[in-house]
Design a binder for this molecule. Sequence first.
Ligand code: FE2
Length: 250
Amino acid sequence: MADCDSKLLSVDDRSPQNDFTAVVNLPPGWRAPESAFDADLEIFVLEGVVGVNGMAVGGDGYALVPAAAGVNLHSDTGARALFFALPRLETTTETEIRVIDCWNIEWDDVSYSGEVAFLGLRRKTLHVDEPAGRRSVLLAVQSHAIPPERRGRKEHHPCTEEFYLLGGDLISDRGTMREGAYFWRPEEIEHGPFASRTGCLAFVRFQGHNFANHLSEETHEIDLYPQYRPILPAEMCRKLDWEWRSAFRT
Ligand SMILES: [Fe+2]
């Protein structure tokens, strides 16, 4: 992808393959060299069209490309897409390329805990590989989602959670996320409570076994207009120092 603009969203530099998540702009006419990837790959298309072995994957299209599968990736029109590169695990069961048009699949028939009913959560499952401990879903939250009495529970998971906001807003204790917001969160870190003004749609991935949502016993007051205070890697902390400056001051 040397000829593409990209933003690296996260990278695991402890793994031999430097597994990464990136948002990539593929220029018109782009074509990946054959066998360019020796990792499992997930692709979620934000704009444009990506060709995956001749299949056209457009906006809100998802492709799972196992490392073992030969793949021909290209874009005639150009595209912007999320790329998730994962280490090839012995426990990975996927061997076939899978393409999903997320517009066309049904919401899961799933009921969440009554404690988070106010979020009006809906889910579309794109990929579950239990032996490898991987799960990728689209998650929707309804608008004006607010916990009763404006007090909600925090949650944590025994696995990592990764999240890219496709549209709308999601309010939490660390600020309000909007389109293009991203986080990668290690396991067992408490987060929330959540609320949303306009509702949102997000691409969410979990890695690790024993996926579960654990909710706190106590409730916490939700701030609908929270300060922006993300936890960032040291090299990114300077971004928090940005301040508004008046262009009109003489
Ligand atoms: Fe979570």
